[in-house]
Ligand binder design. Sequence first.
Ligand SMILES: *Cc1c(COP(=O)(O)O)cnc(C)c1O
Length: 350
Amino acid sequence: MISFYPGPSRVYDEVPRYVKAAHKKGILSLNHRSEEFMKLYEKTVALMQEKLHVPSDYKVFFLSSATECWEVIAQSLSHESHHIFNGAFGEKWFDYTKKINSAATAHMFDREELLDTSKYNFTSGDLIAVTQNETSNGTQVAVTRIAELAQRHPHHLIAVDATSSMAGIELDFSTADIWFASVQKCFGLPAGLAIMVCSPRAIARALELNETNHYNSFTTLNAMAEKWQTSCTPNVLAVYLLMRVLKDQDPIEIVSNKIIQRFQAWSKLLEVNLALQPLIRNEAARSYTVLAVEMKGGDLGKLKAQAKKSGFLLGEGYGNLKGNTFRIANFPALRRKEIQKLMRFFLGRG
Ligand SMILES: *Cc1c(COP(=O)(O)O)cnc(C)c1O
């Protein structure tokens, strides 16, 4: 079965080999206060800089999930955040934040529209939250627009959920202060680890707020990261796998080109298949890494069952889109042959 689920998703074929190597090297029982772990952390960050172009003055933190990143941001980096979103993940981020900071505000925009930054002029608050790639409906916000938002709000931190795009498309990290992702999407790894990338400005703000009530308070994460350590025993195996995947992977601009070419091929295919069409009609608003497909008439349950029989696991539609849509991951770990096979399956059904 080939998983086209947009997370957890297909992992790289090399993962079993890396796990074996990890076992052999003693990584599975590695003490997280040891010199070896500290070196592994440092090496992984160096690879994030080399392959994903994380700026050298930004810091990288390991957490357990993107959801945890939402919580740490609400806890330790902000008192009043403004959330701009068009789908379920952005909304969930807002909902979690609201429980911690009741002053948080929500600003929804139409999923067919490109984020119009001229509409926002926040005078209150300290942070703006944007979901760069909305996994639920297959839309994305161009990084240039996030940069515009930042320019309009020099006193706010800009936090970006890039869970289903980081390591899939090229992101200019310097345009925002906080970026995060979990590894079960574009990194092609099993779930259980998240990465949070922070600007010097974000770190300075957190130190100013000095929130220290939680095991994952940012001040603690930061103090531990200073010595290449974590606040609790991390998923050391997952960090090792991340290091290995980054090491073997092409630089992000090459990966990004591949993903965009595949996205274009998918868009073309959906134009010729009359029974299926992209949920998002505005091509400029569509995500490169997650395709949301709408079934016009016909039996979606049957289509999914047939796909399963042919060896493809399609992603369910998310939330209230479940009834008439499904999703296809366009993540780097998927192989060209697998994609061609799935395309032929759709074409065969015409
Ligand atoms: C998958 C996803 C999340 C949640 O990730 P977890 O690692 O399960 O917490 C958050 N935001 C977006 C955009 C996602 O795609």
